[in-house]
Write a protein that binds this ligand. Structure first.
Ligand code: ADP
Ligand code: MG
Length: 253
């Protein structure tokens, strides 16, 4: 197996607050990994760093063989915009709050970036978008605006939009946390289908434990910027070793 994500002794601070302290973490190509843990433990920070939305202060990070350092850069995260762009072309992110462009139709939300960033022809982008909308069950909504859709439908569009960029790594940050309970299932269903894609690497922050158990190859429990315990889901959920993990699981299950 080849690792596609590798954090080596990464330290991330916000002012005086150290969120990640010598953080080490590797993900293999095609692996589906869930991150769980209390609020404020650093889960979103890990995803945001991968998405190049946050710099970090120390350590090394690689994604698909690309280093987040500029080859000759001093310090960390001194990569040029061009280099960061190259990293970003490998990774997509789905946020808790959908983040669709409100003034664009569903179709335009999906084709805009492939046309502007990947220089894809409009025809080709629309053909691909049509496939993706069919996959998430929303082809009939292609000419609608986000405000005309339910939260669950918006999130499914957001997933299609991320996939339109053909990322090798897809990050999900609590994709169902902002949804009414009756809409959670349809979004989890789409993610569950995606998890069957052999080559796609997925990193998912979620509080949906049953779902985590179903889709992930590995579950990582985060606490205070560290992975306290990790393992394959069956063992992790039925027989966690660390007292802190047990305490967390009993608090949410
Ligand atoms: P999680 O996603 O596990 O809830 P986060 O990664 O969002 O945790 O946050 C980890 C810690 O970093 C928290 O203490 C949070 O308050 C802090 N933090 C996150 N983003 C910022 C920021 N932009 N500025 C200052 N502190 C932040
Ligand atoms: Mg978070």
């Amino acid at each position: 197996m080849t690792s596609i994500i590798r954090f080596q002794n990464v330290t991330k601070r916000f002012g005086a607050l150290t969120v990640l302290d010598n953080f080490n973490f590797e993900v293999q190509q095609g692996e589906k990994v869930t991150l769980i843990g209390p609020s404020g433990s650093g889960k979103s920070t890990v995803l945001r760093i991968l998405m190049t939305l946050e710099p970090f202060q120390e350590g090394k990070l690689e994604l698909a063989g690309l280093s987040y350092h500029e080859p000759n850069g001093r310090g960390t995260f001194k990569a040029s915009e061009k280099h960061l762009h190259k990293i970003r072309s490998n990774v997509g992110m789905v946020f808790q709050s959908f983040n669709l462009f409100p003034h664009m139709t569903v179709m335009r939300n999906i084709v805009e970036a492939p046309i502007a960033v990947l220089n894809m022809k409009r025809d080709e982008a629309e053909t691909r978008a049509t496939e993706l909308l069919r996959m998430v069950g929303l082809l009939d909504k292609k000419d609608h605006y986000p405000s005309q859709l339910s939260g669950g439908q918006q999130q499914r569009v957001a997933i299609a939009r991320a996939l339109a960029m053909r990322p090798r790594v897809l990050l999900f940050d609590e994709p169902t946390s902002a949804l009414d309970p009756q809409l959670v299932g349809e979004v989890l269903g789409v993610i569950r289908d995606l998890a069957r894609e052999h080559d796609l690497t997925m990193l998912l922050v979620t509080h949906e434990m049953r779902f985590a158990r179903e889709v992930s190859d590995r579950v990582c429990f985060f606490d205070k910027g560290r992975i306290v315990e990790q393992g394959e889901p069956e063992k992790f959920f039925t027989n966690p070793e660390q007292p802190r993990t047990r305490e967390f699981l009993s608090s949410i299950l």
